[in-house]
Design a protein around this ligand. Structure first.
Ligand code: APR
Length: 251
């Protein structure tokens, strides 16, 4: 079956679905100009993932912060990063009452910026910082992101980006909210993820076991494709999601 037939089939499946869940990874933001973590141009090809290890952040704060600031904050501040048509379709489907949640591994805030209200940020969000001493939260815009690790204006404690470092636990509301959404959906779309990182990568299996139809959009097969995916569409999510949307007739 060629992609246009698969796009038609995806639209048929989704038109009948009442509770769709989107499960997104870095590939969803690739067309917004944000590099993925793995594969061609991946962040981990250039930087050591250890710089995002929580123990390293506390023990080598200056070194860790220098890389985090370069990879995430300088990169973003030098470009106008905005949602792409794939993000916009997921927000449209939520507005139309058919998409119940987005579960995202991404920390770029783009689903919220696109307008989705129910977003489970499985790996947190780089748009916020939290004080590691008093717990106060700040937006990235409220603090000076200089070469020195950021400090809390209230207590002087070290601030940490509010995304999940390797070695940290998943935020409870995101974890349990994601499981609940996966258990209660009838269509689950895996978008732009290699499925390499646990425990996020176990969420699609929950949807599958609960009878949801699994649609996958990726540039290349992932760990899910020959295992739980019912319908695999190869290509860019920023192109495939709008193509599906034009054929949707909610019933
Ligand atoms: N459209 C669809 N898929 C794409 C696109 C695109 N335009 N561009 C890339 N992809 C796919 C790649 O083929 C790959 O399968 O997106 C996937 C990106 O995989 P990763 O870079 O491994 O990203 P992700 O799966 O989100 O990583 C999970 O790893 O390092 C941690 O915390 C980090 O959240 C991240 C987690």
């Amino acid at each position: 079956m060629n992609n246009s037939d698969k796009i038609k089939q995806a639209a048929e499946i989704l038109s009948k679905a009442k509770r769709i869940v989107g499960f997104t990874g870095a590939g969803t933001s690739a067309e917004s100009g944000i590099p993925p973590f793995r594969g061609e141009g991946g962040i981990w090809n250039k930087y050591d993932p250890n710089s995002l290890d929580i123990d390293f952040y506390y023990s080598h704060t200056k070194d860790s912060w220098r890389i985090i600031r370069e990879v995430f904050y300088n990169f973003f501040s030098n470009k106008e990063i905005k949602p792409n048509p794939g993000h916009e379709v997921l927000a449209k489907w939520e507005k139309e009452g058919r998409l119940s949640a987005v579960i995202t591994q991404n920390i770029d805030d783009l689903h919220t910026v696109a307008g989705n209200k129910t977003v489970y940020e499985f790996h947190g969000n780089m748009a916020r910082f939290v004080c590691t001493h008093c717990g106060k939260k700040f937006t990235a815009k409220e603090i000076q992101l200089t070469e020195n690790p950021p400090r809390c204006e209230d207590c002087g404690g070290l601030l940490k980006p509010d995304f999940i470092f390797f070695g940290e636990g998943i935020p409870e509301n995101a974890y349990y909210g994601s499981i609940n959404a996966a258990e209660n959906c009838d269509a689950f779309i895996i978008i732009g993820t290699s499925g390499q990182v646990s425990p996020a990568n176990m969420i699609p299996g929950i949807a599958k076991r609960n009878g949801a139809k699994i649609i996958e959009i990726n540039m290349e097969p992932s760990t899910y494709t020959n295992y739980i995916t019912d319908l695999y569409l190869e290509g860019k999510s920023g192109e495939i999601l709008p193509a599906i949307d034009t054929l949707i007739k909610w019933c």
